[in-house]
Ligand binder design. Structure first.
Ligand code: ADP
Ligand code: ZN
Length: 614
């Protein structure tokens, strides 16, 4: 964007220059209308008739001066008439010589080359557009289209070390051997060690894959080249492949080093998955990557680390021996890991004495390293707004809620009716959830609009990584239906607020039937092409390998399942309608309540909720 602005300003400048030049050539001293431009022969005739008073030779092609009636004139001398001076002398016209008005070199370049620059500039902008934004720090532009846009970081810029990475100890251990190797590949070779040259890091976004790869380079003090798989995939066939080649070339010149390819699934996704299946460009790029991977033996000191959050969609060819044959899986951090990560990032902010980060760590299951970093950042921003000089527990808890539930939009006007509707909706979710034993504890219920939602019921998963059982999933669907069910029971109508819930419930049901083989009527079958178990979400609807008939059956089964859970939610709410009203009353008054309050209203003293942060 910036670049485009610059171009526009530049074009304006060039244009302005042309305009000025045009007026300037009209001789501003006398004013354009008082100067007459003469054809050379007319000028000669004028001289001959004695009407010319004086002549000023500018350079060797222009003559300016005045005529008898006080008007200015100008004329250009044809190249084939060098005798003009003699001619003027003949008529005794006073002549004076001035050198050609010369412009500073850069202006004359601008004027002479301006139009070219302009066209070139516009072309470049168009090219960048076609490349799909580009914008990488790699300096893009036209000439580098086939070059790798890998960002290089030298060892001295790499301040990241293993000390900056927490909560993923196993992955760190896995990589310490790689660090040793990169430090001194020759020594390693002598000892006969074999090191995997390609490593695949898989894990959810924000779990620190990039960070860890950088830390390996930082520990080993070697250069770090990074590029994203999506940078390879351009609209021009062959560009991606040439970028791959170029990136490896750079790697070879800088070995030992690390080449990091983020989002490898953008190039390495198997056919029919990810971006538009089977396109030539992507395949060429992938082939080039395979060729390059096979083309070095790993003892040269190049380690290629690829990252993905969808290992399931990768082309198996990538994972063959000698390619990305070592896999490092990065999990979301557990409680202890979260505390360590929080402490790492909290070092950068002014924290009050005695803040117990373990409390925050316990209240943030499912948070990734990036989320935790964000939490600390939000706490610092919030503290700054409140003019605090140091952050205490309260600030971090506030930030956690913000990250967990989105920004509060207290100022958003909600009518009383809307507020009531939302209160019943959220209370519906919360009550159903509280009534079902095998479900995540409620963290908070709020009818303060947050993000795009009017209200929100937030849960605190007890376990960090669920392997979901049928009951849990079924309860989750019932809870999702609870909001809408409450609205229907009370107002006999539903608002659009429930669409997200239905989406969520539908997805869960679809997965249960088609992927997890949890449907009684269908039994343990997987529908769809993808028969590796896959929890990371892939569109099941795509390239399905079952008949129209089966599709109809699945639809029927889904509708039946939704109806079943909707009925169940309504039944739970109807038999606890007093509690529902009570929750709504408290919500209308307080706007945000804790999970424990729901249990209290339900008369269920034993708290399912872990006391989080007091
Ligand atoms: P990924 O590549 O897995 O999407 P990143 O490495 O880009 O994740 O993580 C983004 C940021 O989040 C990192 O720069 C770091 O500040 C923070 N972060 C993520 N994981 C960790 C971790 N395990 N320890 C410390 N910080 C982390
Ligand atoms: Zn809802």
């Amino acid at each position: 964007m910036k670049r485009e602005h610059l171009l526009i300003v530049l074009s304006m400048l060039v244009l302005a220059f042309f305009l000025v030049r045009m007026f300037d050539s009209g001789n501003l001293a006398t004013g354009p209308q008082r100067t007459k431009e003469l054809i050379y022969s007319d000028f000669k005739a004028l001289v001959a008739s004695g009407d010319v008073v004086n002549a000023q030779l500018v350079g060797d092609s222009l003559i300016e001066g005045f005529t008898q009636d006080g008007l200015g004139y100008r004329t250009y001398i044809p190249a084939e008439d060098p005798s003009v001076v003699d001619f003027l002398r003949l008529y005794q016209i006073p002549i004076n010589y001035v050198p050609e008005k010369s412009l500073p070199w850069y202006l004359s370049i601008l004027i002479n080359w301006g139009p070219f620059l302009l066209i070139f500039g516009i072309w470049m902008v168009l090219m960048r557009r076609m490349q799909g934004g580009g914008g990488g720090a790699g300096g893009g532009g036209l000439f580098s289209i086939g070059r790798s846009r890998a960002k290089k970081m030298e060892p001295d810029e790499m301040k990241v070390t293993f000390a900056d990475v927490a909560g993923i100890e196993e992955a760190k251990d896995d990589l310490s051997e790689t660090v040793e190797f990169l430090k001194d590949p020759a020594k390693f070779k002598k000892l006969g060690g074999r090191i995997p040259k390609g490593m695949l890091m898989s894990g959810a976004p924000g779990t620190g894959k990039t960070l860890l790869a950088k830390a390996v380079a930082g520990e080993a003090e070697v250069p770090f080249f990074s590029m994203s798989g999506s940078d390879f995939v351009e609209m021009f066939v062959g560009v991606g492949a040439s970028r791959v080649r170029d990136m490896f070339e750079q790697g070879r010149q800088n070995a030992p080093c690390i080449i990091f390819i983020d989002e490898i699934d953008a190039v390495g996704g198997s056919r029919g998955a990810g971006m538009g299946g089977g396109n030539d460009e992507r395949e060429q790029t992938l082939n080039q990557l395979l060729v390059e991977m096979d083309g070095f033996d790993g003892m040269e000191g190049i380690i290629v680390i690829a990252a993905t959050n969808r290992p399931d969609v990768l082309d198996p060819a990538l994972l063959r021996p000698g390619r990305f044959d070592r896999q490092v899986t990065i999990q979301l951090p557990d409680v202890k890991g979260r505390e360590e990560i929080l402490l790492i990032h909290a070092k950068k902010v002014q924290m009050a004495d005695g803040v117990d980060m373990s409390i925050i760590a316990r209240g943030t299951p499912g948070f990734s390293g990036a989320d935790l970093k964000n939490l600390i950042n939000e706490a610092a921003l919030g503290g700054a707004r409140k003019n605090k000089t140091e952050l205490n527990l309260e600030d971090f808890e506030w930030a956690r809620d913000k990250v967990l539930m989105g920004t509060e939009r207290k100022s958003m006007a909600m009518s009383e009716k809307e507020k009531r509707n939302t209160a019943y909706h959220e209370a519906g979710h919360a009550l159903v959830s509280a009534l079902l034993p095998n479900s995540d504890p409620i963290h908070k219920v709020t009818i303060v609009p947050r993000g795009r939602a009017l209200g929100m019921t937030a849960y605190l998963p007890e376990k960090d990584n669920h392997s979901f059982d049928i009951e849990f999933l079924s309860n989750r669907i019932t809870i999702a239906m609870g909001g809408r069910a409450a609205e229907e029971i009370i107002f006999d109508e539903v608002t659009t607020g429930a669409s997200n819930d239905i989406q969520q419930a539908t997805n869960t049901i679809r997965n249960m039937i088609c992927r997890w083989g949890m449907s009684k009527s269908f039994g343990p079958v997987v529908f769809g092409s993808d028969n590796q178990s896959n929890v990371l979400g892939r569109d099941i609807g795509k390239d399905r390998e079952y008949s129209e008939n089966t599709a109809t059956e699945i639809d029927k089964e889904m509708r039946k399942t939704i109806k079943f859970h909707d009925d169940k939610a309504k039944e739970l709410l109807r038999s606890n309608i007093d509690t529902l009203h009570k929750i709504v009353d408290v919500l209308m008054e307080k706007e945000t309540i804790d999970g424990s309050k729901i249990l209290e209203l339900l008369g269920q003293k034993k708290s399912k909720v872990e006391p989080v942060g007091g």
